[in-house]
Design a binder for this molecule. Structure first.
Ligand code: CNA
Length: 328
């Protein structure tokens, strides 16, 4: 369906006060320029990068049932995805600017990197629908685990285990894995969507429920704006839908130009990046590709050891069997 609106209309409605309650849904695409690959983009997305690991299916690395017996792949790449290593993008700063101008009604993020808060979006305006890395528990008995030990585990890539002697569960950051429920607040907070007079969706394939359903809750007749590399979800089905296809960072800069906010946006972004630079948790470490290569080698070695072990046992049993048979 042809859109009735364009980016200039959106900017005009914000400038003249017709739009005052913006609900935003974000996904991995707003953090790719911070150096965190999204999941599904071909070649650069994490799922394609994980192919050498030959996981049973790409999501397995973030699936609770797989993690419960094989947490190693998750920790092998944890350091490269940990928020302690990352700085907000200008798209995050744009969200903070919306909040500063009292236009952000609510933000739902599917991201677990916490960069919205680093950029200055007030925590009471955000739902981290898929959790975050701020705390961690044993996946099995739910016991808490100290922050300093977790930091060491992430730094070294070694899997941390429950400190309770009677438990052998691996520790999991409080991010929502596939197969786990979303925070209870999700049901309450989604009532903010129909209150919006503009819905903005940025950097998401809208493939993961239930967040993927949020844009459908926007009231008929209000503009729904998608800023993404590709068209996703049911965008385009309503006359008031606008799809701005391209990089989030370029598109928020364009919108900021039309709003006359560009200098303020760049200034806010520069400040948050500098603040975060001073508080980064980890020194430069291996890249994601290096982490994956290392894990592949380790797994190959383990397979060779177990294949060698199996051969040794078979030979040993074969000799024994021959001796027994010979002795009869
Ligand atoms: P996804 O399914 O990987 O989709 C990402 C979408 O963003 C795709 O449609 C891309 O085309 C688009 N995209 C990528 N880069 C850009 C860019 N620079 N500008 C505009 N669009 C871009 O990821 P979703 O977020 O839709 O899926 C939800 C998953 C991803 C959640 O469970 C997250 O926890 C998980 N995830 C989070 C992070 C993070 O916290 N930074 C990173 C990767 C995955």
């Amino acid at each position: 369906m042809d859109s009735k609106i364009d980016i200039q209309t959106i900017a005009d409605r914000i400038k003249n006060g017709q739009v005052t309650r913006i609900v935003v849904l974000t996904g991995a695409g707003i953090s790719t320029s911070a150096g965190v690959p999204d999941f599904r983009t071909p070649n650069t997305g994490l799922y394609d990068k994980l192919a050498p690991l030959k996981l049973p299916y790409p999501e397995a690395i973030f699936h609770i049932s797989y993690f419960s017996h094989t947490p190693e792949p998750f920790y092998a790449i944890a350091r490269c995805r940990h928020p302690g290593n990352l700085k907000p993008t200008i798209s995050h700063a744009f969200l903070a600017l919306l909040a500063k101008k009292n236009l952000l009604h609510f933000l739902f993020t599917q991201n677990i990197d916490g960069l919205e808060e680093d950029a200055g979006v007030p925590a009471d305006k955000v739902l981290w629908a898929h959790g975050n890395w701020k705390s961690q528990h044993c996946w099995k008995c739910k016991a808490e685990y100290p922050d300093d030990l977790m930091k060491t585990a992430i730094q070294t890539g070694e899997v941390p285990y429950c400190l309770r002697p009677e438990c052998d569960g691996a520790i999991k950051p409080d991010v929502v894995f596939f197969g786990q429920s979303l925070p209870a607040e999700f049901d309450v907070k989604q009532s903010h969507v129909p209150e919006a007079d503009l819905m903005l969706v940025m950097g998401t394939s809208l493939k993961v429920a239930p967040c993927s359903q949020l844009p459908r809750l926007a009231k008929e007749g209000i503009p729904r704006v998608l800023i993404n590399m590709e068209r996703t979800g049911d965008f385009g089905n309503r006359e008031e839908d606008l799809c701005i296809l391209g990089s989030c960072d370029d598109d928020v800069r364009q919108l900021a130009d039309l709003l006359g906010w560009r200098d303020e946006l760049e200034g806010l972004w520069k400040d948050t990046v500098e603040t975060k630079r001073d508080t980064l948790d980890f020194d430069d470490g291996p890249t994601l590709d290096e982490c994956i290569d290392k894990l592949v080698k380790e797994m190959d070695e383990k397979l060779q050891i177990s294949a060698g072990h199996k051969r040794m046992l078979e030979n040993h049993l074969g000799d024994k069997f021959a001796r027994i048979m010979g002795g009869k």
